[in-house]
Design a protein around this ligand. Structure first.
Ligand code: KG4
Ligand code: ZN
Length: 338
């Protein structure tokens, strides 16, 4: 099939706790982008409960897909391919999106494309800046992953560094839970930090001096120890100081990575890329270093299906469709060049 600027892709994302569907044309034009968040279902448990997530996807997927199609003004026969996130993520959640996408691909007799969720996060950058040109350095910071990737070309990625323990988003979520700020922790810390003093507590910047790998579990422990030893400390100050420590390391290493590989620009990807301090500090660093920094809008940073539709377009163009026996894979990895 010819894949071009007019190719219409219906994309579905159900890897974790957002039920999402989008219609994306030509890899960059977002005709609709519907996200049904399950935050209200999981917040009383302080985190995502996989069984509840799977059931909620099942209950919502049909209406979310219908809404995306109607909002995009797509009629019967108007979709050229159907894509879904096939991993990594929660098995029960992934299965709902993958099965729905395959069913639609069969009914409409159009190709199916299985998308890697991490690759989809990279493509948020291209949705808003279609003219963006590799080579780029991507800082992918989500609830499950923290990695620095050299995006050498579409489909050609080199891993430069990653976390040795907790992901950045996981650290935000765990610290927020400890501070009683609720779930999801990232936005809660972001908001509390805005009212606090980021220099109130000098939390450690693990491994900041060299290398491109990360470690956040020691920082989480440092926060807990500090609050235990100083029960009267302001929660806002702790949130701001914790956030400053995370952002400091992320920005320092991202700039180091971009310099090392001679990248033409830096992109942020993943839910933590919505963080106010990270966005501001990375822009400042880019200006200081004379390096282009590309920040997708916050809605495109957290889980959504538009980014899946964009990644699917590039995949479909370069490698063609996937067979219908492609399964969901909760621990799917991204292929990196050596
Ligand atoms: O990419 P994402 O929506 O889902 C995964 O693929 O994991 O990322 C979710 C993560 C959560 O850990 C959440 O707390 C974090 O992104 N997050 C933030 C912010 N918004 C979401 N972290 C820091 N500041 C934010 N504003
Ligand atoms: Zn994600």
């Amino acid at each position: 099939m010819a894949v071009d600027e007019g190719t219409v892709i219906l994309a579905i994302e159900t890897s974790c706790d957002e039920t999402a569907a989008a219609v994306v044309v030509g890899g960059t034009e977002v005709r609709s982008n519907v996200v049904s968040s399950q935050v209200d279902l999981h917040d009383r448990y302080g985190g995502v409960v996989p069984e509840i997530a799977g059931r909620a996807h099942e209950a919502r997927i049909a209406s979310v897909v219908a809404e995306a199609l109607v909002a995009a003004g797509v009629d019967d026969g108007g979709v050229d391919a159907v894509a879904a996130t096939v991993g990594p993520g929660l098995m029960g959640s992934l299965l709902v999106g993958v099965s729905s996408a395959k069913a639609l691909s069969l009914v409409w007799d159009v190709p199916f494309v299985g998308v890697n969720h991490l690759e989809a996060h990279f493509y948020a950058a291209f949705l808003e800046e279609p003219e963006l040109q590799p080579p780029l350095v991507m800082l992918l910071v989500s609830g499950g992953h923290t990695m620095l990737v050299s995006f050498e070309d579409h489909g050609r990625y080199r891993l430069l560094g990653s976390t040795q323990d907790d992901a950045a988003g996981e650290a935000f979520d765990k610290v927020a839970r400890y501070l009683g700020l609720g779930y999801p922790g990232g936005p809660a810390i972001d908001a509390a930090a805005a009212r606090g003093d980021s220099e109130a507590v000098a939390f450690p910047r693990a491994m900041v001096r060299e290398g491109l790998d990360f470690s956040f579990s020691g920082l989480k422990t440092a926060v807990i120890n500090h609050v235990r030893a100083n029960p009267e400390v302001s929660t806002e100050d702790v949130a701001a100081s914790f956030q400053a420590a995370v952002v400091d390391v992320l920005v320092t290493k991202t700039v180091r990575a971009a310099r090392r590989v001679g990248a033409g620009g830096i992109c942020l990807a993943g839910g933590v890329a919505a963080n106010t301090q990270l966005r501001a500090d990375l822009l400042d660093a880019g200006e200081r270093e004379n390096m282009a920094v590309h920040l997708p809008g916050r809605v495109m940073c957290t889980d959504n299906a538009a980014m899946v539709g964009s990644a699917a377009w590039w995949r479909l163009r370069s490698e063609g469709p996937d067979p219908l026996d492609t399964g969901a894979d909760p621990s799917l990895r991204l292929d990196f060049v050596e």
